[in-house]
Design a protein. Structure first.
Lengths: 238, 262
């Protein structure tokens, strides 16, 4: 137990001393997560709306594909993205391998299916009477899209929080596509894996504390949003 | 005599084939291909009140949705204001729906305040939604703006929500107001408010009203024409007399409207 308590004490000291190496990993994680989440939301919200709202040939297949992407192991996504970005790959000339944008690209593939699937479910669960109400009040197709998204806002915020939680705690893609380069692409999760492997528990625990705090905040947020979303679905029909 | 506002010829709707608001590519997910509405000929004059009576499932709501451009007939012709409502016209269907506004049978409010709900249609049209405008609309249905305006949609009873939904239509001052059971679920005092507000739309602005209701006495008293629908077909037609029918007059046709059918 001594090594654990010693590690914990050192970890707190590292955090309080604003250790540059520790905070470099935190900063990289924040940057990569922000980029991947923003891209997932920008692409995923309209795609999820389209999937949940419109009826088109092949819709069930698309839905199946999105759900399949949800369950894809992250190392497989990492492998695919690595193959795409490596110098011999089709996107090799972009020079994104072992870079923050490259990691964000890979993590977007992780977050996008979550946002698409949960948004589609949220839109599907909005009553068809809502569509009729919006149309009868004179909404054009863009106003209909916007209003439906606003009505499903709590459920979609839940999708964003879930995607955030998944992206921030991911390691397979970050390791394979980022390469775990110190000061550049080393994230909290890859640093924990590396430091623990080296026997440097203090740094690992310090980063673990940061990640656990992030997870706690995300879970509290998800719980709050889920409560509001359920509350809003429960009543209020005219 | 001026041209009718609506002209329907051979209009048929079968739920298996009908498209719901085709302009937004949303289709009704039903499997029954049976015809639920079959109207060989119907003209609705501008500024008139048309009453629709009939059992549940007789086609009243379907006809209202067709008139509100929310349901595209799979056969026949529908003209509005002298123009054929075809696929091209429905590509800008929102422009038609802004002229003919429907209050559906099962209205749902937006997850916003009462004031925001009433203002919503005005905002869609880029029109100002001043507090006075919203207060006037709510007053028409017997609701006080100061008390109800800031309330959340969740804090309303079913009857209050129904009246808010009606206020959200009245505030738009549409050419055509299509009302599906506007007084269902309301207490007696609220029914009076709603009926008054609806009729005022014609008296003050000359709006065309189409009202589906089980309250046959009300339809008898206010409508210029009352159609009785059964199985999607018009089986009886009363009047074409502006100003509505007196109860005495309708009493001369026993068996048609003498008994309220619910």
């Amino acid at each position: 137990m001594d090594y654990f308590s010693e590690g914990l004490t050192k970890a707190v000291a590292l955090l309080l001393a604003l250790d540059p190496e520790t905070f470099s990993a935190v900063w990289t994680t924040a940057t990569v997560t922000a980029l991947a989440l923003a891209t997932s939301l920008l692409m995923g919200l309209p795609l999820g709306f389209a999937l949940g709202h419109f009826r088109f040939p092949g819709r069930r297949f698309v839905r199946l594909f999105v759900d399949w992407m949800l369950s894809l192991p992250t190392v497989v996504i990492g492998l695919i993205v690595y193959a795409l970005l490596t110098s011999r790959g089709p996107l090799g000339e972009w020079g994104l391998l072992f870079s923050v944008p490259g990691m964000a690209f890979g993590l977007t593939l992780l977050g996008l299916p979550i946002v698409v699937s949960m948004t589609a479910t949220a839109v599907e669960s909005t009553d068809t009477r809502l569509t009729q109400t919006l149309l009868s009040l004179g909404a054009d197709r863009w106003q209909l899209l916007l209003a439906t998204l606003i009505e499903a806002r709590f459920a979609m915020a839940l999708a964003a929080a879930t995607a955030f939680g998944r992206i921030v705690s991911e390691i397979g893609i970050a390791m394979m596509v980022g390469g775990n380069i110190k000061w550049q692409t080393r994230t909290i999760t890859t640093a924990i894996a590396l430091e623990t492997g080296k026997g440097e528990f203090a740094t690992g625990i310090a980063l673990g504390i940061v990640l656990m705090l992030v997870a706690l905040v995300v879970n509290l947020l998800v719980g709050l949003l889920r409560g509001r979303s359920n509350g809003h679905q429960a009543g209020g029909r005219a | 005599m001026s041209a009718p506002l609506y002209q329907l010829r051979g209009v048929e709707v079968g739920y298996g084939e009908a498209s719901f608001a085709a302009s937004v590519a949303t289709t009704v997910a039903t499997t029954v291909a049976a015809s639920v509405l079959n109207v060989p000929e119907l003209a609705i004059a501008r500024g008139s009140i048309l009453g629709l009576a009939g059992h549940n499932g007789s086609g009243k709501s379907t006809l209202l949705k067709v008139l509100g451009f929310l349901l595209t007939p799979h056969a026949g012709e529908l003209s509005f204001d002298g123009r054929l409502v075809d696929a091209a016209a429905l590509r800008a269907g929102h422009l038609l729906r802004r002229r003919a506004v429907l209050l559906g049978q099962d209205t749902c409010l937006l997850k916003r305040s009462v004031a925001a709900n009433v203002a919503y249609g005005l905002r869609l049209r880029g029109q100002p939604a001043s507090q006075n405008t919203l207060a006037e609309a709510l007053a028409l249905v017997g609701l006080d703006f100061a008390e109800f305006g800031p309330r959340s949609w969740r804090e309303l009873s079913g009857g209050e929500a129904r009246r808010v939904a009606l206020a959200a239509r009245l505030v738009l001052k549409p050419e055509v107001l299509l009302l599906d059971e506007p007084t269902t679920g309301l207490d007696r005092a609220s029914v009076g408010h709603v009926q008054q507000a609806v009729l005022a739309a014609r008296q003050t602005r000359g709006a065309t009203l189409v009202i589906a209701s089980h309250d046959v006495d009300w339809l008898k008293s206010c409508a210029d024409t009352v159609l009785h629908l059964e199985d999607g077909r018009i089986v009886e037609r009363l009047g074409d007399r502006p100003g509505g029918h007196s109860a005495d007059h309708l009493g001369e046709s026993p068996g048609v409207y003498g008994v309220e059918r619910t």
